[in-house]
Write a protein that binds this ligand. Sequence first.
Ligand SMILES: Cc1cc2nc3c(=O)[nH]c(=O)nc-3n(C[C@H](O)[C@H](O)[C@H](O)COP(=O)(O)OP(=O)(O)OC[C@H]3O[C@@H](n4cnc5c(N)ncnc54)[C@H](O)[C@@H]3O)c2cc1C
Length: 501
Amino acid sequence: MAEVVIVGAGPVGLMLACELRLAGVRALVLERRAEIGDAPKANGLGGQIVRVLDHRGLLERFAAESGYAGPVPGFPFGSVPLRLATLTDTALHVLLLPQPRLERLLDARARELGAEIRRGHEVVALRQDATGVTLEVLAPDGTRHTVPARYAVGCDGGHSTVRELAGVAFPGTTDTEVLRIGHFTGNVTTGFFDTPGAGPLRPGWNRTPRGRVLVTSLQPGVDIVGVREAAGPPRARGALTLEEFRASVRRVLGGESPPLGEPIWLSETVSQARLAERYRAGRVFLAGDAAHLFPAGGAALNVGMTDAVNLGWKLAAVLRGAPESLLDSYHSERHPVGERTLLQTRAQAALEHAEGENGAALRELLAELFAYEAPLRHLAGVLEGSDVRYDMPGSVPDHPLLGRFVPDFALTTPGEGPAGVAALMRPARAVLVDLTGEAGLREAAGPWEDRVTVVAARAPEPPARALLVRPDGHVAFAHSGPVDEAARSGLRAALAHWFGP
Ligand SMILES: Cc1cc2nc3c(=O)[nH]c(=O)nc-3n(C[C@H](O)[C@H](O)[C@H](O)COP(=O)(O)OP(=O)(O)OC[C@H]3O[C@@H](n4cnc5c(N)ncnc54)[C@H](O)[C@@H]3O)c2cc1C
């Protein structure tokens, strides 16, 4: 029997499968679609998840298939340019990787770690009691069967069936504009922007009194055209046609559509800003788009895949004997992150939507403010998710790193030689990094050594003398003072709180 059933093999479900397998949990993924999707949704990942992938040793592997991996020089915050390259230590890192390629890489990794992924299997019903969850599944041959598990996680996207079956409300708002995006064979450098009747379009978003038109390209030979306008009456169901796409461009430009190549992919979406009321309903959890939808781009995969990393080790710990209450911290830690991301993406959407001269004035003034280092750094942290600080009950005394994502720094471990903190996080196990050169903290951690890796190390510029890092990279105990009884009991309290007595 699977210990955890994950519903949905999108990036979030597959990331969770990897995390659970690293912790030795029997994980089964049920996916409705028969094949990995080829819809070019996300163009990449940005934010803290890039550092998490580094912790898991996946960044190099994924970067080999990426157009670019590294610090991002700029970011259009609701079309206000942020010049992040002016910061000496740019907080925001990106990994440009089209979503279908990301899903293929994560699928291969999850299978390599031993996860079972059943494609063509749709979850249609769910019930739970005090001991487990039973999912009813529609198999590819049309038959129905049940799958029992100790826990289930809905990673089944914005229209989540699991969320609905678990009775979790999804309050929020739906945009009044529709976004249509088309990928076309072509090349922006060969006269693409000449638009009969409406004049030349510049790369990026072009505003008109009726909406906005985007022209850009992320790879040679493929043009991306986007068009935003007020949502009309709902269309009859079915795929967006090329003629509907062209008509939308014509309406917004008030002239002709630019000459488009052969359509590769056409999509129509209406943005939503929604947050699940609860991330946990008994033995059922929600992660990724099933838990949140953001009205502006760039944040969804960062937050969704980080949900998976937060939940994975907690499920594993509880399945191996840690108190059930540990699972409540998934909601208490991740729901506020969803709220914070809604805040910044709603602000981006508002800036984007602000029309006319008032809107232009607002954007211009904010661009002036974001030229200063402090507001720029603040916003970069919000976009990265590095302003997130979890409550760390049980750990005294306080320390500036407590609850934060661990900074990477160089250290030397006996036997292993030089390394960074990231290298210690590969197995997705908690690590006590002891830089004190004394035995006291290591002895205090002795009873937890079956659950926590203890590393005595040296570092030229350590940010603390000792750090207890949870498997998700967040610091659960940090100490810079002497190794006395207060330090030892603080460490023991943190270990007991997060990893059981
Ligand atoms: C045009 C576009 C551009 C985007 N660009 C970006 C970007 O640049 N950066 C970014 O971070 N995000 C971007 N996003 C958002 C990003 O694509 C989503 O946040 C991401 O796909 C969410 O991943 P997920 O795993 O939570 O859900 P999904 O990717 O939606 O995966 C859910 C899976 O669950 C399966 N499923 C659903 N119901 C069932 C069921 N009952 N039983 C079994 N399986 C089921 C589905 O088939 C699907 O495979 C973009 C989205 C769009 C549409």
